[in-house]
Write a protein that binds this ligand. Structure first.
Ligand code: GRF
Length: 198
């Protein structure tokens, strides 16, 4: 029997190429999920434009006065929005704020993130630049559970890429993103299978 699609809540602050890869995998039939809601803390983010273009429910959430997190009352509202949309898995796709108690407690073990390095190496901003500056010959991307720290939650899966002589932050990031776009839909599909069995 075909399982009902896993309902995803996507949070992003940027251009949304990972969201695009997820949406494409759903359209292609390789990911048994549906986009229940897309939220962004950035009013003119590409991810919101893309969601609107494709007809997914999407909205801007004004973040409030802090730079690194949502104001608690806003985060509580985000929880209401996600619950109201029947979200089963929260997927961070280029979301640039920390997740705090209201959201963490509402979706225990149901919030995942993708980060452009082989964690625990290079958490935080511009991980591809950190990789080049440190002289490593290999980098990659990591999908992990989200906890209260900065890119610190338990690792689910990683993909490796070489750092090549002459790489710039842009060329390395592009190589990492190719892997992200394959890995994230695959891991979400594993959740779709796992969460339906339990
Ligand atoms: C990705 O590199 C992801 O690893 C990081 O932010 C970037 C988002 O890119 N968390 P996009 O908005 O999905 O294109």
């Amino acid at each position: 029997m075909t399982q009902p699609p896993l309902r995803l809540g996507i949070l992003g602050s940027g251009k949304g190429s990972n969201f695009r890869a997820i949406a494409d995998a759903i359209s292609a039939g390789t990911l048994n999920a549906e986009v229940a809601l897309v939220l962004s803390d950035v009013q003119h983010a590409g991810i919101l434009a893309l969601a609107h273009e494709r007809g997914y429910p999407a909205q801007f959430v004004p973040p409030g006065k802090y730079r690194s997190k949502l104001e608690p009352v806003v985060e509580a509202w985000v929880v209401d929005l996600l619950r109201g949309a029947g979200v089963e898995l929260v997927v961070l796709a280029g979301y640039m704020r920390m997740i705090k108690a209201p959201l963490l407690e509402a979706f225990p073990n149901r919030i995942i993130n993708i980060h452009p390095s082989l964690l625990p190496q290079f958490p935080g901003l511009d991980a591809w630049r950190q990789a080049i500056d440190s002289g490593v010959t290999e980098s990659g991307c990591t999908v992990h559970y989200v906890d209260g720290g900065m890119d610190t939650g338990p690792i689910i899966a990683q993909r490796r890429v070489p750092v090549l002589p002459g790489d710039t932050p842009e060329t390395l990031h592009a190589r990492i993103q190719e892997q992200e776009h394959q890995l994230y839909p695959e891991i979400i599909q594993q959740f779709a299978e796992k969460l339906r069995v339990n």
